[in-house]
Design a protein around this ligand. Structure first.
Ligand SMILES: [Fe+2]
Length: 360
């Protein structure tokens, strides 16, 4: 990290910490690639200097420069990400031990102990942007139940914070997310981790995990009912298309509705583990395609809007190869903002053949 005077900022530099006005109002978040308009914005607020990532290479006016590291490379080479990776491996081991104590010793740790599992990971990421960037770049780790449950807990807590949940509710939400898939521990591993498509019988068996999880957790006296509901209802959908009981919107517990969104987000990003680095705008498009009516509108709109806003200052590449800056989000089409390319301004909601393909 280095401190750079505002007058010496250059396009392409990456902010290492949030840039704020003297009154503490956020101007640019950490991890953002500076554009000329952002630099002008920082200058307008008389900010003296800005913390910049050491590994930044500026691109000046060359929008298509190939030499600069990719967005993903910038993240994975950072000290913070390497710390996150270490803490993630520890969290996976801890959650494994917790599952063993629940399944074999019939001992249920309380919410503070469960929350401690992911506490270091929450401290490693200094912002929502960093948390999602870290998670997107963790895809090389084998997708065990434990890794998936940790991801779902980290995504759920971001959503819970955006929804302004109390600390007590967030602790229960973390516990519910960490335990939501515990029923999968009773499904044979050769089926659960099968690389090919499930047969009809296998899929029917896998679909039993919400009920199995509920029966594992039910005997524990005093367990918050929202944790039980999350295990049993996280595959239910608000339009009645889910399983196991095809519940409707008003029958599904709030925490199960939140965990459902985090679960699907994690599954969507996992499906891309062997392709190009994840593009959040593509995930938003995937949710829009899957059908937003499956989710609680308040939760899904908050989630997708915040994801889009998290990345709104990023440089991106379009599917025709052009680089662009995101100028303005479109609340009706969150995956299709207005962007600025070297050829001028483009409204992606009016150009169906063009889309954002990757972050730069
Ligand atoms: Fe599940």
């Amino acid at each position: 990290m280095q401190t750079v005077k505002t007058s010496q900022l250059k396009e392409g530099m990456i902010t290492a910490s949030p840039v704020k006005t003297r009154r503490g109002q956020l101007i640019v978040d950490a991890g953002v690639c500076l554009t000329q308009s952002l630099i002008a914005h920082i200058d307008f607020y008389d900010v003296e200097d800005v913390s910049i990532e050491e590994f930044t290479r500026t691109r000046s006016h060359d929008w298509n420069a190939q030499a600069a590291p990719t967005y993903s490379e910038r993240i994975t080479s950072s000290f913070e990400f390497q710390q996150f990776q270490k803490d993630y491996a520890t969290a996976v081991e801890r959650l494994k031990q917790i599952f063993t104590s629940i399944l074999e010793q019939r001992h249920m740790p309380d919410a503070p102990v469960l929350c401690k599992t992911i506490q270091p990971l929450l401290s490693d990421a200094s912002s929502s942007l960093q948390m999602f960037d870290f998670l997107h770049n963790m895809r090389k780790i084998v997708d065990s139940i434990y890794a998936h449950s940790i991801n779902v807990a980290l995504i759920s807590i971001e959503l819970g914070r955006w929804l302004k949940f109390s600390d007590e509710d967030l602790a229960i939400l973390i516990s519910a997310a960490l335990l939501h898939d515990i029923g999968k521990s009773e499904i044979p591993e050769e089926i659960l981790y099968k690389p090919d498509r499930y047969t009809e019988e296998e899929f029917a068996l896998v679909k039993k995990h919400p009920e199995i999880g509920f029966h594992i957790l039910r005997p524990f006296d005093g367990l918050d009912p929202r944790i039980l509901d999350a295990a049993r209802m996280h595959h239910e959908r608000c339009d009645g298309s889910g399983y196991p009981n095809r519940l409707q919107f008003h029958q599904i517990s709030d925490f199960a509705q939140i965990i459902a969104i985090a679960d699907v987000y994690d599954a969507m990003t996992a499906a891309r583990s062997h392709r190009a680095p994840l593009c959040p705008f593509q995930v938003i498009a995937d949710f829009e395609l899957e059908g937003l009516q499956k989710y609680n509108p308040k939760y899904i709109l908050t989630f997708l809007e915040r994801i889009a806003y998290t990345y709104q200052n990023n440089r991106v590449r379009l599917n025709d190869g052009r680089s662009a800056n995101i100028l303005m989000l479109n609340r009706q089409f969150l995956s299709r903002p207005i962007v600025e390319t070297e050829d001028g301004t483009l409204d992606l909601s009016k150009t169906p053949n063009l889309k954002i393909q990757m972050l730069l």
